[in-house]
Design a protein around this ligand. Sequence first.
Ligand code: NAP
Length: 200
Amino acid sequence: MGRYGVMGGTFDPIHLGHLVAAQAALHEFELDAVYFVPSGQPPHKRHVTDGEHRYVMTLLATAANPRFYTSRVEIDRVGYSYTYDTILYLRQEFNSDEIYFITGADVISHLHTWYRYRELLQVCHFVAATRPGFAFDDALQSSSLTAAEVERISFLEVPSLAISSTDIRQRVRDGRPIKYLVPSAVENYIYKHALYRSGE
Ligand code: NAP
């Protein structure tokens, strides 16, 4: 038993905003540990960097924190993994029904399109990490969730989420610095493997 955070994202690449958000959730919800789960290849999405690269960068970024772990559960599945399946699997692995799924608040407005979203909200709490100034009410209104479902969602304001993976990829393409936006091991990995040099 225990209380666990599951940090879901594409992490292409992982950056300091993600790490600060996970640490804030750990503190705020008194979690025992946070498991970072890089997603499999999402359907209908821009070209996403190979899962193995995203996994290694996430591992490098989380390795030094004794309460952070990185899971291969989604990148090892063939095709896309649904959050619902991942949470059910991790509830069994952890032998816990106190799971906090942490992700970006932008996803809340289309949560009602997710696979088994009603059941998902019953098997975990949602922590929606936001940049300051995020319009919670607008996101909740367009999410068409019931009042009881909305109660399962907590918003967590994280100023350093002004950093974004999209911006980091663009910076690498433009030859601008990413130092201090990602952990130095991740920065070195990006250059060593020539990631984000071209394309979206
Ligand atoms: P996204 O659309 O790439 O990201 C939406 C926004 O949220 C971006 O601003 C992103 O910033 C931010 N974000 C993403 N993950 C975050 C995190 N863990 N902490 C803080 N900010 C975060 O979303 P995505 O990465 O594809 O999906 C997020 C999670 O939702 C994943 O675990 C994915 O598997 C899950 N999901 C599940 C379903 C389903 O089950 N049907 C459908 C969609 C998404 P950055 O780009 O800087 O990260």
